[in-house]
Write a protein of this length. Structure first.
Length: 458
């Protein structure tokens, strides 16, 4: 009876701790990792590093000098040599350590064993990044960071650099318009495409940048950001008037570059090798970011007249994509589908859009439109996105690399409030003034009464 009482007294707190750990792992994985997962994974890594590397085939035969030294000092067996391990650096989402590869190894050998390392050390995923020849960085992620997205406190934000989502390796996905001037974002309804666009607008609203929108859904996506927009077109007719103005603005900026650098006035725009960033700061024009939502609406036609208008707008978009970067004009094109079936010029325009983000799509052909020409391996990953995870997407670029990302939640009201608070940053561009959206005045709340009525008492 005494032994049973003692067992119950000891087992009660143990069961409570086990239940608390299980609850934290399911509901608060970050807390569980910091308190339980991090110590366990670190202990597994330190105790089994050599054996795991040997089982994964990541060891090499020791040098002759090492063999002679071991045989001369000890009687133990000379074992294969694993990659030299650096210090273990814990993070809020996992572990990081640097490996110096043994002679004859390459980073692809470590990347091929990432799944084995994940199971051996009890983490969610392992990612391998090349630091320099012979040195790789191992990023161990302790839990699924895309299930409940929390952006890191330190992000690589800057001018025309917007941390818009979180990668699956717990690093921020940064939309850098200086490095990737134009982008294409595809996604079906309720896939999170609008949330991605919302983060871009809210991030750029705080910077000295001109924001221009083409939203052929009567402006329901971009109209809430009207206080911060320099121009907004809400149907194809208005877009047909706005695009030529942007073309003329681009040509004026090329003339400014020519005049500043002494280039002959007759030099074709295609032969210019500089851009507005080579101009002095006081002469540099304000960068312009053009958001095109539901780009297919600009391609669809029903009459001959609309077809002529479509061809003209597509030509202007292609010119902006080809020549706009040097003039500081950047494109962000969004839609549900974007391929050759839209008509002439669609494939040519898509080829100019370097950055690609593909959310959940309804068919494989749509994923191939976004990623098939730059990262064929990413098409299967885009098709596997579940409807229960809005905001999850596959991001790629022309380098062939790709990764899964997910955008954190940002309400429309919060994004609109950011645009309203930064309305004073709207630059003065006279050419875009006729297209400036009307901003309704906010109702003024009545002032609080100074004298309060006396409370009624019994």
């Amino acid at each position: 009876m005494t032994d049973l009482t003692t067992l119950l007294e000891v087992g009660g707190p143990v069961a409570a701790l086990g239940g608390g750990a299980a609850y934290a792992r399911a509901k608060h994985p970050g807390v569980y990792w910091s308190t339980v997962g991090l110590p366990l994974s670190t202990a597994r890594l330190l105790s089994s590093y050599s054996s795991v590397m040997e089982a994964c085939g990541l060891t090499v035969a020791p040098s002759r000098l090492r063999m002679l030294a071991v045989q001369a000092t000890t009687r133990r067996e000379v074992r294969p040599v694993p990659p030299r391990r650096g210090l273990i650096r814990p993070t809020s989402t996992g572990l990081r350590l640097r490996l110096r590869l043994a002679p004859g190894q390459e980073p692809a050998d470590v990347a091929a064993s990432a799944e084995r390392l994940r199971h051996a050390w009890g983490v969610h995923a392992v990612y391998v990044t090349l630091v320099k020849p012979g040195v790789v960085d191992l990023r161990l992620v302790g839990f699924d960071v895309l299930r409940r997205v929390r952006m890191p406190r330190k992000s690589a934000a800057g001018f025309l650099r917007i941390p818009v989502a979180l990668r699956e390796d717990a690093t921020p996905f940064v939309r850098d318009y200086r490095a990737v001037p134009h982008g294409l974002t595809l996604g079906a309804t309720l896939s999170g495409k609008s949330m991605y666009l919302r983060h871009l607008v809210a991030g750029l609203a705080r910077q000295p940048v001109a924001l221009v929108g083409i939203d052929c859904k009567r402006g329901v996506e971009l109209a809430p950001f009207a206080p911060r927009l320099s121009a907004l077109a809400t149907d194809p007719d208005q877009a047909a008037e706005l695009l030529p103005v942007l073309i003329r603005e681009m040509e004026d900026r090329y003339d400014l570059i020519k005049a500043r650098q002494g280039i002959a006035p007759g030099t074709p725009d295609e032969e210019l090798t500089s851009d507005i960033w080579g101009l002095p700061e006081h002469e540099r024009p304000t960068p312009i970011v053009l958001f095109v939502d539901e780009v297919a609406e600009l391609f669809l036609t029903a009459t001959k007249k609309e077809e002529e208008r479509r061809d003209e707008m597509v030509t202007q978009l292609i010119r902006l994509a080809q020549l706009g970067r040097a003039a500081g004009i950047y494109l962000e094109v969004c839609g549900q589908r974007f391929g050759a079936e839209l008509g002439r010029g669609a494939t040519m325009l898509r080829a100019q859009l370097t950055g690609r983000v593909c959310h959940r799509v309804n068919d494989e052909a749509s994923a191939k439109m976004a990623l098939g020409d730059i990262a064929p391996e990413a098409v299967a990953a885009a098709c596997a996105i579940a409807a229960e995870r809005p905001g999850l997407a596959v991001a790629g670029d022309t380098s062939g690399g790709w990764s899964r990302i997910r955008t954190p939640y940002l309400s429309l009201a919060d994004a609109a409030e950011i645009c309203h608070a930064s309305a004073h940053l709207v630059p003065d561009l006279p050419a875009l003034t006729p297209f400036r959206p009307a901003v309704p005045a906010r109702p003024v709340a009545p002032p609080a009464p100074v004298l309060r009525p006396r409370p009624v008492t019994d």
